[in-house]
Design a protein around this ligand. Structure first.
Ligand SMILES: Cc1cc2nc3c(=O)[nH]c(=O)nc-3n(C[C@H](O)[C@H](O)[C@H](O)COP(=O)(O)OP(=O)(O)OC[C@H]3O[C@@H](n4cnc5c(N)ncnc54)[C@H](O)[C@@H]3O)c2cc1C
Length: 467
């Protein structure tokens, strides 16, 4: 009899899951089991924080229930490294006579090396690997010379052209006759989170509801509202895509169904949202094309020579939302309180850290890794290197965001600032963007840096690199 094992990673759902569908297809008599393996020490080294681990834990509990209804028991095994995962799987497959192992691909260097090592070690078990985290396979969208794109716009054009000739799911879950089993138990990955995660979906059904709600009410205004952090103008689906509670295929198909046309025919406002999903693909493809990105290295090697200042007191003020620049502090407080931050504000706080304070982008990247519930190496590294002008297709180094103008443009009524910085609520809204120009209210700090001189210092520092 066949024994099929599904190895879950950041793909914590059963609907439209390529590995799950394949494992449940054909052979109704086959034994099917499922496993999730931690790599506690390795993940601590990557900076994964309690928010991510606790959220993963919650999703695993929900997944375990759903799998049990389909007659599949999920084991969650606490291990310390990827090498230990490989050893555990080799032993398990041997002892339990696993004939087939089903898994969805991951694209970071360590994870890819682990999967290669496992495939060559498992001689009696057939390993089936699937494209699932992304819509198109890294390596499928290449330049005319067969290289990975380093610039987004041509990547996007080719990505869309390629998609026109692809079937992109979703995968239907086969009907199975397996009797319900008891859900298993395990030692939790984390007992609690650092932030209040109660606003996020914890089940596939809730995540689907979020997609439908976004598509029905906000997709057609996405481009007009996406930069305002005071309103829910974006989808807020990133935690679900990051942990695999939803697939990008499901998002695209739901939007196509609602608009009754393929994405390339979407009106501009709605296409702008698909554009973000393509950025997500782009950053993942880059991880495969340029493995140094997974190793904490800059895409542009010359930027390794930036003379970062890395002042500990300034870094701490940034982390704690006490820089005295309201839009920066609001974002950093939102991150701590909720484990999430609006994209426009992520860009503002990242530019402030790397440009105005001249702090190494890797320090910011790690802080985001600790708190973000949607933490994801590809998008986080991409976002930080974009902001720090060290990455591919990054913000030009001389175009430093002015956080006050950004705040005035995107949070015009200062509602976002007011929400996160109650100390400023007594000021008229228009004065909240730069309180030092009138009067800094009691309890709020003066700016830790002068925006004008620090901007010039950043430009001079970067300019030196190109000489
Ligand atoms: C410094 C910095 C760090 C970031 N770190 C992460 C991270 O760790 N994890 C993460 O998922 N995103 C990260 N982003 C990208 C982006 O900020 C979030 O994906 C977005 O804010 C999520 O909100 P949303 O779901 O409402 O997005 P929407 O605007 O609704 O976009 C839809 C989806 O597209 C993807 N997406 C959107 N913008 C981007 C982008 N710029 N790059 C890649 N994918 C994108 C997300 O999966 C998102 O859910 C980072 C951006 C910056 C500037």
């Amino acid at each position: 009899m066949q024994h099929r094992l599904i190895w879950f990673r950041d793909d914590l759902r059963i609907d439209d899951n390529a590995a799950v569908t394949a494992a449940l297809t054909g052979e109704p008599e086959a034994r099917v089991s499922a496993v999730f393996l931690t790599a506690d020490a390795e993940w601590a080294g990557f900076g994964y924080g309690r928010n991510r681990l606790y959220y993963t834990e919650c999703l695993l509990r929900a997944l375990s229930q759903r799998l049990a209804e389909h007659g599949i028991s999920l084991q969650v095994v606490r291990l310390s490294t990827y090498a230990a995962q490989v050893q555990w799987l080799i032993a398990y497959c041997q002892n339990e006579h696993v004939t087939d192992l089903y898994l969805n691909q991951e694209y970071q260097v360590n994870e890819r090396q682990r999967d290669i090592a496992l495939s060559s070690a498992l001689t009696a078990t057939h390993v089936h690997q699937f494209l699932d985290r992304l819509v198109l396979q890294p390596g499928q969208v290449l330049t005319g010379e067969g290289r990975y794109y380093a610039v987004f716009t041509p990547f996007k054009r080719r990505w869309i052209e390629t998609l026109k000739h692809e079937h992109c799911g979703p995968y239907a879950l086969p009907k199975t006759q397996r009797a319900r089993v008891e859900a298993s138990d395990w030692e939790p990955l984390a007992a609690s989170s650092e932030s209040d995660l109660s606003d996020f979906a914890m089940t596939e059904a809730d995540a689907h509801h979020c997609v439908e709600e976004f598509i029905e009410h906000r997709l057609l205004n996405y481009n007009s509202h996406r930069n305002n952090p005071a309103i829910p103008g974006t989808s807020r689906l990133s935690p679900y895509l990051a942990r695999g509670l939803l697939s990008p295929r499901q998002c695209i198909k739901a939007a196509e169904r609602a608009l009754n046309k393929p994405i390339w025919d979407f009106p501009d406002n709605a296409f702008a949202w698909v554009n973000e999903l393509i950025w997500r693909e782009f950053y993942h493809h880059l991880l495969v094309g340029f493995p140094r990105l997974s190793k904490g290295r800059a895409f542009k090697p010359e930027t390794e020579a930036v003379a970062w200042r890395n002042q500990a007191d300034e870094i701490q003020a940034w982390e704690e939302g006490r820089t005295g620049i309201p839009i920066v502090d609001a974002g950093m407080r939102e991150l701590r309180a909720t484990g999430w931050m609006h994209n426009r504000v992520r860009m503002i706080v990242a530019q402030f850290l790397t440009k105005n304070l001249l702090v190494d982008w890797r320090i910011g990247e790690r802080h985001f890794m600790r708190y973000l519930i949607d933490s994801d190496l590809a998008a986080n590294n991409g976002g930080w290197q974009w902001s720090a002008s060290t990455g591919t297709d990054a913000a030009p180094y001389f175009r430093v965001f002015n956080p006050v103008s950004q705040s005035e443009a995107h949070d015009a009524e200062a509602a976002y600032i007011g929400h996160w910085i109650p100390e400023l609520l007594d000021l008229p809204a228009k004065k909240r963007h730069a309180p030092w120009l009138t009067q800094i209210p009691k309890g709020y700090s003066p700016p830790i840096v002068d925006l004008k001189t620090s901007r010039q210092r950043a430009i001079d520092t970067y300019k030196d690199l190109s000489q």
